[in-house]
Design a protein around this ligand. Structure first.
Ligand code: AMP
Length: 143
């Protein structure tokens, strides 16, 4: 099972924010779209960072609500780790666990083609386990 098989079931609309957007804009996008992290693009549409709800909460805890007026570029993580559509779901789980983040942009031919969250990965693993249990049940019943 690969990242591509998860992406196939998701909308291909890529949600992003601009580096000049404020943290308040980011909070609005995360809430409206019901997501936990979003890639940050420059004026040329290249990904230059990622920002998650965790970054927002930490920054507000450190500096107070005034940070909501600051640009996303002041808080985002610049060194973004990406995966590829051909990567296995097991490799995604181990990458997210060891690096302690819950979101991975998917890069293909130099452009971002989607986002995978830990929720997508867990959902797929549960579906696979249920399918496997069902086939084993059928095998036992049929003899
Ligand atoms: P998360 O668990 O995804 O909310 O993110 C935890 C921290 O890791 C935040 O500081 C994020 O900006 C950062 N982060 C999330 N996803 C990635 C990623 N794919 N590459 C690099 N940093 C990330």
């Amino acid at each position: 099972m690969t990242v591509a098989s998860i992406l196939k079931e998701k909308s291909d609309r890529l949600i992003s924010v601009k580096e000049t957007d404020t943290l308040s804009d980011v909070a609005r996008v995360l809430t409206q779209e019901n997501i936990g992290a979003v890639p940050v693009l420059d004026a040329a549409g290249q990904m230059i960072g990622i920002i998650s709800e965790r970054d927002l909460v930490r920054q507000i805890a450190r500096e107070g609500a005034a940070v909501l007026a600051h640009p996303v570029s002041s808080v985002m993580t610049r060194n973004v780790v990406c995966c590829s559509p051909d990567d296995s779901i097991a490799a995604m789980m181990s990458m997210m666990t060891s690096r302690r983040f819950r979101h991975l942009p998917v890069r293909s031919d130099g452009r971002i083609v989607g986002m995978i969250s830990i929720g997508d990965v867990v959902k797929r693993r549960v579906e696979d386990a249920e399918r496997e249990a069902e086939s084993l049940r059928e095998y036992i019943v049929r003899g």
